[in-house]
Write a new protein. Structure first.
Length: 198
């Protein structure tokens, strides 16, 4: 009888100990889960704050672009009826932005046209062949376009505000590498004179 009571007491003690151990384990699991949930909530809040900041930044950029677009549209008023009234090309020697005699002769007709049509605007786009880096060719394209712009001012007195330059470097080639004299054809400035419809 005494052994049975002792055995029952030991079983009860083991159950009690196991229950305590289980409760401690469960408490730890709940605490870990609460920490993870709290971390997830904090992370979500931080991400939400970052998204709100990004939305504000995008909105500010959009507003700025909208203002610039409005300004551009206002400045462009009066030019919506413009068309290309003269086109031409000036070619260059390798790695050069010097205008040769043939080039300056070709610009005579353009200069006279700009004198005759006072409202005209000249678009000057510089190009290069494929030799060299992108950045070098971009700079060379600008120098070629600026050489034409300077010539038009010096020789014909065309105001600078009537001309604008752009460089495409070695992008947009007019001749592919397998064509004859492709590099020579690509070393160029393309000119478009814009004027009001007659």
């Amino acid at each position: 009888m005494g052994n049975k009571v002792l055995f029952a007491a030991m079983v009860a003690l083991l159950v009690l100990i196991a229950g305590c151990a289980s409760k401690g384990y469960v408490d730890k699991q709940i605490a870990d889960m609460q920490s993870k949930v709290q971390a997830d909530v904090s992370s979500a809040k931080a991400q939400s704050d970052a998204n709100a900041e990004e939305i504000k930044r995008i909105q500010a950029t959009t507003d700025e672009l909208s203002k610039k677009t409005d300004m551009a549209l206002n400045q462009a008023k009066g030019f919506e009826n413009y068309q290309v009234i003269w086109e031409g090309t000036v070619n260059y020697a390798f790695d050069s932005y010097e205008l040769n005699q043939v080039s300056t002769d070709n610009l005579e007709a353009l200069g006279q046209k700009m004198i005759d049509v006072k409202q005209s605007i000249l678009e000057i786009a510089g190009f290069t062949d494929r030799t060299g880096s992108d950045s070098y060719n971009f700079e060379l394209g600008i120098k070629r376009a600026e050489a034409v712009k300077t010539h038009m001012t010096d020789k014909f007195g065309i105001p600078l505000y009537r001309m604008y330059t752009v460089s495409y470097g070695k992008a947009k080639p007019v001749a592919m590498p397998d064509e004859a004299n492709a590099n020579a054809k690509n070393r160029r400035v393309v000119l478009k004179l814009w004027g009001p419809l007659q």
